[in-house]
Design a protein around this ligand. Structure first.
Ligand code: FES
Length: 77
């Protein structure tokens, strides 16, 4: 789940390349710049909309996970 202000976006934690979890540790999904989601498996980079912009699954997308923000909490939609 990514949160930017009042906007939340959820993705299934599975890389379209080989199905591995994206992060080696919980909640460590973004690059240091915060501009991309990184798959630690083979280094794929995804934009914040979930499209792979570099790596072995170029052009593929993360699977969306519908979420909603209610107050300060995020719930599955
Ligand atoms: S499993 Fe994500 S880049 Fe290979």
């Amino acid at each position: 789940m990514l949160r930017r202000g009042d906007t939340v976006t959820g993705f299934v934690d599975s890389c379209p390349h080989a199905g591995w979890p994206l992060a080696p540790m919980d909640d460590r999904y973004l690059t240091r710049s915060g501009q991309h989601i990184l798959c630690a498996g083979h280094g794929a980079l995804f934009d914040l909309a979930g499209k792979c912009v570099a790596g072995p699954c170029l052009g593929d997308h993360l699977t969306a996970w519908p979420v909603v923000l209610e107050g300060d909490e995020v719930f599955t939609a």
